[in-house]
Design a protein around this ligand. Structure first.
Ligand SMILES: Cc1cc2nc3c(=O)[nH]c(=O)nc-3n(C[C@H](O)[C@H](O)[C@H](O)COP(=O)(O)OP(=O)(O)OC[C@H]3O[C@@H](n4cnc5c(N)ncnc54)[C@H](O)[C@@H]3O)c2cc1C
Length: 292
């Protein structure tokens, strides 16, 4: 199948209007942001919806990157290209530019959004791994107002999120902590492809030892869940190759990949270990001013 089943289409001009429509139409309706995940699924008849509510006119309202002293707030309609090109974002969280450089191609990056990436909840979604790594929080708005959900609770399983039928993800918040940095590593079969495996790492140092560390792996489990055991193992230890290897071993044991056309489960475990080590090494080098 190369065309979707027939559907009704409505553009909205405010978040409030989108929520009212979603409330009226229930689970027969879906929001369409960049459309780069939803429309292919509808063309393949893996998803069928009677109504599509187009939120692209909300880019003025929901397309922003705001730096505050203690957090960065990013609107859900912010596109991949805007995330890639933001110097302020790259300075605070270099992991974003690392990841965006290897997400799809310019055509997809011109349209695809942060909100669509998180709400698609594909286990291979790179931005989900980035948000997990950075300990982000998701702002969800509905008829009764806003609620804030941590990344750990946002994904409920593959293609399932905490966003209800009459709700919209409006913003993602990233806490800024001192003396930290981050990096992203991905292995793909060819440029612009989905990950075979990817690993995000954020690490913070204090007095020459690891104060905290977070890891987000994509494509090796039902969601891009973090690995709290790595923080426990690294805290209080000075960075070293032995420590990176220990973190890699934990990542390898914690993940749950399946064998598919992208590779065997054994190969993906090997990648989870190796990419965690590389991203950790690069994050620490960045804190020490050793650049890219
Ligand atoms: C050829 C190709 C290659 C790709 N390669 C990669 C890759 O390497 N890595 C990667 O991570 N991704 C990749 N993608 C996916 C791409 O990043 C998409 O842009 C992204 O997954 C979805 O964003 P979107 O804005 O297009 O969402 P859409 O397709 O518009 O929506 C996806 C889902 O999210 C819901 N949704 C959207 N916005 C909201 C919101 N604000 N609130 C609530 N629900 C919402 C929609 O209803 C829908 O269910 C690729 C896509 C293509 C077509």
């Amino acid at each position: 199948m190369q065309v979707p089943a027939p559907f009704e289409y409505q553009r909205v001009s405010s978040v409030g209007q989108a929520i009212v429509l979603l409330d009226r139409l229930g689970d027969t309706a879906r929001l369409v942001a960049g459309g780069h995940s939803l429309i292919p699924m509808m063309k393949l008849r893996l998803a069928n919806f009677e109504y599509l509510i187009d939120i692209n006119d909300l880019h003025d309202e929901l397309g922003y990157i705001v730096t505050e002293p203690r957090q960065i707030r990013i609107g859900a309609m912010t596109r991949h290209r805007e995330l890639l090109e933001s110097d302020a974002l790259a300075e605070a969280f270099p992991i974003f530019r690392d990841a965006e450089r290897v997400i799809a191609d310019p055509v997809v990056r011109n349209r695809g959004t942060l909100g669509g990436s998180l709400c698609q909840a594909d286990p291979s979604e790179d931005l989900s791994a980035v948000c997990t790594t950075l300990g982000a929080s998701c702002v969800i708005r509905g008829l009764d107002g806003e609620r804030v959900v941590p990344m750990e609770d946002f994904h409920r399983g593959p293609y399932e999120t905490a966003v209800g039928d009459a709700e919209i993800l409006t913003e993602v918040r990233f806490p800024i902590r001192p003396n930290g940095s981050s990096a992203y590593e991905k292995v793909e079969r060819r440029a612009g492809d989905w990950a075979v495996v990817s690993a995000g790492v954020a690490v913070w140092l204090d007095g020459g030892v690891v104060a905290d560390a977070r890891v987000g792996l994509a494509a090796v489990g039902p969601n891009t869940a973090g690995i709290p055991g790595i923080a426990e193992a690294l805290r209080g230890e000075p960075p070293s190759e032995e420590l990176y290897a220990r973190a890699g071993d934990i990542a390898k044991d914690a993940c749950d990949p399946v064998t598919d056309r992208r590779g065997s489960a054994e190969y993906k475990r090997h990648l989870a270990r190796e990419l965690t080590i590389r991203a950790l090494r690069r994050s620490v080098a960045r804190i020490n001013g050793q650049g890219a």
